[in-house]
Design a protein around this ligand. Sequence first.
Ligand code: ADP
Ligand code: MG
Length: 353
Amino acid sequence: MTKNEKNKEGSITNVSDIGEFALIDELTSGFKSKNKSTIKGIGDDTAVIESGSDSLFLLTKDMLVEGIHFDITYTPLKHLGYKSIIVNLSDIYSMNGTPTQAAIGIAISSRYSVEALKEFYEGVKLACDLYNVDLVGGDTCSSQSGLFISVTVTGFVDRDKVTYRSGAKKNDLVCVSGNLGAAYAGLLVLKREKEVFKANPNNQPDISKYSYVIERQLKPEAGKTLVETLDKLGIMPTSMIDVSDGLASEIIHICKSSRSGAYIYEDKIPIDPETIVVADEFDINPATFALNGGEDYELLFTISQKDFETINNHQEIKIIGYISDVLDGANLITSAGQQVPLKAQGWDAFKNK
Ligand code: ADP
Ligand code: MG
């Protein structure tokens, strides 16, 4: 279908009118699985495929596009290579799984030298080594402008441990690993410093006081430790998703998939002090960074009430709310005690903001 072809009613729908998630629905709703081995197709963090053994096979893909997902003026290529792998591993961990193989496709413009691309691959290697993943293939081609990165990662998960977005039950506790909003704080600092530098190239910005949030933006980590911790504690999450688009968007995904509602307490959302400093500088409520920022790659999950004692006061994990009836919808209880419905304003690549 060409860009200008009209639909039956004679009108044209812009992708930006419906947004990323509706677009995916629109494009894929006609596809039904033909193979018995496809256990879970579209609609979770990874596909889940029968392997014929005790474990299930996991498959995921994420793309990073220059000018959309990264700005090469402040993104070191080694970090970018690292992040390209991490964002995919994050989806495997969110199924409670273990990543094993990666394939990476790149489309490169003439602006990128062999040396630059080798630097990118140093980052790819570092992530693969640290997370015990084998690079097993990929594809290379040229692009008219910019760098395009498409990564596919496979992994496995014990059959009885696979965790979908859809398993949250009423009264389950909503938990999150680490802290939220830092990656967005880092992005704002990097953009601000870029503008300062553009205005006066002699102005060398002092970004040392923002090193934590900048690192969270440029070189995130994936949820390996959390998955290992849950295993050690003997806790089986009832649902899980990674925080790539912001807490609001992710809890809404869990609620929709699990046909439930949720209450999240603003004052329970874990936020790093450096994130709060940046939020203050931009005069934005730090919770907004956590709710709508995205790219934190922490894990958002639900657990049964019976696991409360085991998880309470665990330093890696914060309980931020609970699952309720579907009729309630997904809500935030603000620090002032007000209840407001959550909206997914996070990263939605096509939607007009
Ligand atoms: P995530 O944020 O975890 O990467 P996405 O929101 O990108 O997940 O995707 C949601 C679901 O839609 C996933 O199951 C993904 O595999 C699927 N999906 C995304 N884009 C496409 C596409 N162009 N064609 C088919 N499936 C897609
Ligand atoms: Mg995901």
